[in-house]
Design a binder for this molecule. Structure first.
Ligand code: GDP
Length: 371
């Protein structure tokens, strides 16, 4: 189960947002056993129209949506990489997550102290990006030292060749970081990626930027800082998604009943941004969904993009990966278009696929596995 951590300076609205996420209808419907795991960790349902449609169609006894685990990480401070504030403890929490929601404060409120004195999101973005990068530099320098020691002691020639290659990759990554760039923005060969992954670098993790606006700005979709943030992301983290959000608004909605929240959204003319937040994070993590359907259960499963059928089957039951024989496959879009499984079959769109089939997002699978 992949985890996303909420990261940002102190007093930018991280906890407010986290609480809104856990309390919202998205996070914890009364009839569903997903909830807050501990005060800092919550599992939320991934909203998906396809899942809703399939549930409506099959009216199953059991409905199991996909979920995403979100982790509230304590505020970062300038100098964290050298141990300031919660420093290293904080950074080790980031190391443990698979992706980052970076909350940037854009709301003005004289009552809420900004740790850096005033509201300046670009400065904040720079602080965080620098702290994460400095920590990565430290990690890579240590790893490189250990690697060099290993190669000095010598080994078989094949082993030595591999170690030397890894060493070269580390040197390259180090230079890249020192040049002020994030590892996830590099163009690495598959071999390099193999050497980079075990380092669990902070700047290698996917990031979704959450721009925390005042309720007013969120509703009118305008804020003076926004263009500068967009520009900053373009320059330093090209391609990473930016989602405007209002933690205060989300928090208010989360404390209402579903009906009240709907009314309120209509009244102010804005919707909760939380579904988008969850969906974007799934995208950033390159996660795909497949479904299993039937009168007993409709279930949405999570796989990484590029997963083949046996490994997808293994998500359902670990034995299935080894005993996989074949999968009956059709896509959700086909089912929706044709309306019925029998129509899908009649039109020849129900396919039998073997071990090499790469499961596509929205596939509906029926796995056949041996004993
Ligand atoms: P964290 O330190 O990043 O977790 O920040 P918190 O979520 O604890 O928020 C710090 C303070 O800012 C709290 O008093 C919140 O009520 C307030 N706050 C959070 N988001 C907003 C917002 O969008 N607008 C306003 N005016 N206050 C907010």
């Amino acid at each position: 189960n992949l985890k996303s951590g909420i990261v940002g300076l102190a007093n930018v609205g991280k906890s407010t947002l986290f609480q809104a996420i856990t309390k919202s209808n998205l996070g914890n419907p009364a009839n569903f056993p997903y909830a807050t795991i501990d005060p800092e960790e919550a599992r939320v349902i991934v909203p998906d129209d396809r899942f809703d449609w399939l549930c409506e169609k099959y009216n199953p006894k059991s409905r199991v949506p996909a979920n995403l685990t979100i982790y509230d990480i304590a505020g970062l401070t300038r100098g964290a990489s050298t141990g300031a504030g919660l420093g290293n403890a904080f950074l080790s929490h980031i190391r443990a997550v698979d992706a980052i929601f970076e909350v940037v404060r854009c709301f003005d409120d004289a009552e809420i102290i900004h740790v850096e004195g005033d509201v300046d999101p670009v400065r904040d973005l720079n602080i965080i990006s620098e702290e994460l990068r400095l920590k990565d530099i430290e990690f890579v320098e240590k790893a490189l030292e250990a690697q060099k020691k290993k190669t000095r002691q010598g080994g078989q020639s094949l082993q030595m060749k591999k170690w030397k290659e890894e060493e070269a990759t580390m040197e390259k990554v180090l230079a890249w970081l020192k040049d002020g760039k994030d590892v996830r923005k590099g163009d690495w060969t598959p071999k390099e990626v193999e050497a980079i992954n075990p380092l669990f670098l902070l700047t290698a993790k996917p990031v979704v930027f959450l721009v925390n606006l005042s309720e007013r700005d969120f509703i009118r979709k305008k804020n003076k800082h926004l263009p500068k943030i967009v520009e900053w992301v373009k320059e330093h983290a090209e391609g990473d998604p930016i989602i405007p959000i209002s933690a205060a608004f989300e928090h208010r909605l989360a404390n209402m009943s579903e009906e009240e929240a709907k009314e309120e959204c209509k009244r102010v003319g804005a919707d909760s941004a939380l579904p988008k937040v969850i969906v974007q994070m799934r995208k950033a993590l390159h996660l795909h969904s497949f479904f299993t359907v039937g009168p007993d259960e409709v279930r949405q499963w999570t796989i990484r993009a590029g997963t083949k059928a046996p490994q997808a089957a293994g998500v359902i039951h670990s034995d299935f990966e080894k005993t996989f024989i074949q999968a009956i496959v059709y896509n959700y879009t086909t089912l929706k278009e044709l309306g019925d499984e029998s129509e899908v079959r009649a039109k020849g769109k129900m396919m039998t696929k073997g071990k090499d089939y790469v499961v596509e997002d929205g596939d509906i699978l029926l796995i056949k596995a041996g004993a």
